[in-house]
Design a protein around this ligand. Sequence first.
Ligand code: SF4
Ligand code: SF4
Length: 56
Amino acid sequence: MAYTITDACISCGACEAECPVSAISAGDDKYVIDADACLDCGACAGVCPVEAPQAE
Ligand code: SF4
Ligand code: SF4
């Protein structure tokens, strides 16, 4: 299980600082989550203004 960031992402960067395991980084056109590192905690979804991080 891991969260993924959808195309709704506006690259605001808010989620990156909230991730306890630094699994989020800036990608080419949106932020991305390293599925192997993600703990499924949901912190990123909690701070995202556009609900881009979604649980799979
Ligand atoms: Fe990081 Fe938690 Fe979001 Fe996974 S669900 S990317 S561990 S903040
Ligand atoms: Fe993208 Fe949401 Fe993260 Fe901002 S908080 S970078 S909009 S996923």
